[in-house]
Design a protein around this ligand. Sequence first.
Ligand code: ATP
Ligand code: MG
Length: 238
Amino acid sequence: MNLSSLRTIAKNTMRLSDEAERDPLRFFCPTAVQLAFLKDTNKIVMLRGGNQIGKTLVGSVETVYRLLGKHPFKKVPPPPIEAWIICHSWEQSKIIMCKFHEYVPKHELHPDVEFVDGKGYRATGAPVVRFKNGSVLRFKTTNQAGGNRGTIGLASGSVDWILLDEPPPANIFGEILGRTTRTKGSIGITMTPVGVPVDYLKKLVEDGVISEHVGKLTVENTWPIGLKSPMMSQEEID
Ligand SMILES: Nc1ncnc2c1ncn2[C@@H]1O[C@H](COP(=O)(O)OP(=O)(O)OP(=O)(O)O)[C@@H](O)[C@H]1O
Ligand SMILES: [Mg+2]
């Protein structure tokens, strides 16, 4: 190979790497179960599954599509929208902020947004991420106001999209549902139901209120469509 072809390859590789940094969503390939979640047009959609099948990631990706008002798999309301991501604790919230930031197109963020690697979005109170199109994302926790007895705070009334990265207590779920009534908003739930009471969610799935997708930890469920290999081999899963 001559020097000029090498230069071209190097230049193109750098361009791709810059583009992946700028707009990582363009390079996202969902697994089959992630795709089913992304395509679902029901009001409340749940992805229940094993550890590490990409639940939090697909929830973050869905949130990005909705904040931008551009979704490759379904019609979503035009921006600006108000979105919330609700986790149990701030520790969990940091993890999801990092995952969210990895996939958000950086040029769509409002210039005031500051992200710190490993820590999340810089804020004086609860982290708020503003977009140039006017959309706003707030990170909230269910334990911030006293767990089961508390509420998730009244900072803002109606919400268009809420992602729950763990099942919340039933009373908080009721409040969350209420927040999306006026906006005809949608809710995504991504969770592994271990060690938490989820009977009320089970009932809502049985009653057809929640549209459920189940992703067991299998090679297929860790294999992004179109890629040559899965994220986990059978040995790793075993
Ligand atoms: N479609 C995908 N393409 C590339 N990487 C992916 C994809 N889905 C998930 N991953 C990667 O797999 C790992 C696990 O993803 P994630 O944390 O979202 O899983 P999870 O189901 O939420 O895990 P946990 O059960 O620990 O909460 C992460 O490193 C994530 O970036
Ligand atoms: Mg997770």
